[in-house]
Design a protein around this ligand. Sequence first.
Ligand code: ZN
Length: 373
Amino acid sequence: MGHDVLPPAPLRLGGQPLPIVGPARIYVCGVTPYDVTHLGHAATFVWVDALVRTLRTANLQPVVTRNVTDVDDVLTEAARRAGSPYDEYAAVHQYAFEHDMSELGVRRPENEPRAHRHIADVIRLAQALLDRGAAYERDGTVYFRGAEVPSRAGLSEAVARQRFAEFGEDPDDVAKEDPYDVPVWRRSQDADPAWPSPWGQGRPGWHAECTAMVLSHYGSSVDIHAGGADLAFPHHAYEAAQAEAATGVTPFARTWMRVGTVRIDGEKMAKSTGNLVLVADLLKEHRPSALRLMILNRGWASEWDYAPAELAAAEGQLDALHAAAGRRDDSEAAEREVLARLLDDVDVPGALAVAMESGGRSARVLAQVLALN
Ligand code: ZN
């Protein structure tokens, strides 16, 4: 303990140096609390946790904001089917999610903004976009002009259209001037959550919720914006485009940490298909630290397939790491090398290899930093 001196290694993320002076502002897209936590969710938050613990060990000062998307049509619909008010339904699932995160040893973020507490910020964002000519109002809905967002994200028309459909956006909405405009503020119908606004009773658009929550916590930009890889488009692309259009500050995010999708038999996990592994089920049979090691022992951007054999292998690796930690070797060079590997794109496989080979202090440090006890 007591690393008073910064490790010599610089921080790299996404293959690029990311010098941090002052607090490291991290925003991670959280959950829409209407469902149980599956392994795909867990992977994102365990990776962010590993990054945060690494930064802290290096005497950098991470500040984490992880939002709760508690105003969302998917959630409203699930609550309606369950016969619950949407906010009560969201609160129940939020507690369950936080319980799973705590079981997995994921540190609580400094800020956990809930969308329903940031309605005024979304209204301010919509007004800023209107003032700059980056949005227009139609019949109580404020649309962001997004015609250029798909090409800036490097997507073809066909792929953009398909992703739009996957995430409930409607390119064929005739009220819009362009198929790729998205609502910042949406007029609410009777059954929808609704708040008063200059444009009548309405609710925030999904991307605008995150934009507003980022801006209200950090000002006009963040150092590291994290989330699942499937959020790259449309969610992250529109979040950034709206923020940059409203503030004029670019880039909105200095770097993105989009955590690779976890699949089962080559398919993305989804409740709709029943293709799902729940964190709570895995934790009945396995140590939380084995689950963490299974998630972390690869590149954070890699897509991978979950299979029970992966978790059995992680249990074995965890035992081996603990055995290595019990050896008497106090090599400072190996300890520094472990930290350097972690600061280089959170290279857990690289750090693990050093720790297993050298053993002793380097293995203890790795287990401590990544909470692999
Ligand atoms: Zn988000």
